[in-house]
Design a protein around this ligand. Structure first.
Ligand code: UTP
Length: 291
């Protein structure tokens, strides 16, 4: 059975982006004019997923509205033929795929958010894509994980090397190198100190899991930060079955972090023909003033 379902946890409080996240989900922050979660949903679809569950919470209505039909807006745009391309764009968003929403009543942690999807996933392997990580690559990161899953029929975590300063913000793995970019997971530690970190390889926001992860989540107590940590459930799963870590190809933007968010906006603006020239000129001007 291959991977057709994905869970996108988007119920976190986004405290690093307060005050805007007081009333707006951080997953809806715009990368110029497209919200972050749009990129995440598109990655899932481009990876062959056709059933998406978004885990939402309080103040997250904007996510549901974004992927829903907008009859008043569509009627307004339809009146003027000049708006034809805008109308098509708005209609495309609401017809991307079937999206289901499950509420996480309290933000008890990423592990708890994933567990909310158990009844919808049932007994199938599934992907998890964090709602605030954008990864750009011709072969989507989730597709790379699914291909690895299809070879080994085991859970797979996407990992990348993180800087010393960032080690204490990630689940850090100890892995046995198997072949280019592939490791057999030996251990994973949530947010270790630099001294306790078993490597510099951090698990980022993409996973494929066998359904046994749900039983492990049921047996996971609150961990670091008082939250139900997905990392702790992965440790339990690793005691029962092999897990692989895959050093994915692609450029990742952690848009839940203010610098990561800025990098995403600048890089994506530079990719747009109508913005690139003016933006470069503006940036040269800034550099000139600073020199
Ligand atoms: P983060 O830890 O980056 O999100 O979780 P956060 O807690 O909202 O952020 P800060 O640290 O307070 O700024 C990664 C992903 O997991 C989701 C978040 O919405 C984000 O997409 N998440 C996190 C949940 O769905 N539920 C939770 O209880 C925690």
């Amino acid at each position: 059975m291959t991977v057709k379902k994905a869970v996108i946890p988007a119920a976190g409080l986004g405290t690093r982006f307060l005050p805007v996240t007081k009333s707006m989900p951080k997953e809806m922050l715009p990368i110029i004019d497209v919200p972050v979660i749009h990129y995440v949903v598109k990655e899932a679809l481009a990876s062959g997923i056709d059933d998406i569950i978004i885990i939402t919470g309080r103040s997250k209505r904007a996510i549901e509205d974004y992927f829903d039909d907008a009859p008043e807006l569509e009627m307004h745009l339809a009146k003027n033929p000049k708006n034809k391309h805008l109308l098509a764009m708005v209609q495309e968003i609401s017809s991307l795929c079937d999206i289901h929403y499950i509420r996480q009543k309290e933000p008890l942690g990423l592990g708890d958010a994933v567990l909310r999807a158990e009844k919808h996933i049932c007994d199938e392997p599934f992907a998890v894509l964090l709602g605030d990580d954008i990864i750009k690559n011709d072969t989507p990161c989730t597709r790379q994980l699914i291909d690895t899953y299809n070879r080994y029929r085991c859970s797979v975590l996407a990992v990348e090397e993180v800087s010393d300063a960032m080690v204490s913000s990630y689940g850090i793995i100890k892995g046995k190198p198997l072949e280019d970019a592939l490791y057999l997971l030996e251990d994973i530690v949530e947010k270790p100190t630099i001294e306790d970190a078993p490597s510099r390889m951090g698990a980022i926001g993409r996973y494929v899991f066998t359904p046994e992860i749900f039983d492990c989540l049921h047996h996971t107590n609150r961990g670091v930060g008082g939250e139900i940590q997905l990392t702790d459930a992965i440790r339990l799963l690793n005691a029962r079955q092999n897990i692989y870590a895959y050093e994915f190809s692609g450029r990742r933007y952690d848009t839940g972090d203010r610098m990561g968010y800025l990098e995403a906006i600048i890089d994506m603006a530079l990719e747009q023909d109508d913005l690139r020239g003016e933006l470069l000129e503006y940036m040269r001007g800034i550099v000139g003033r600073l020199e």
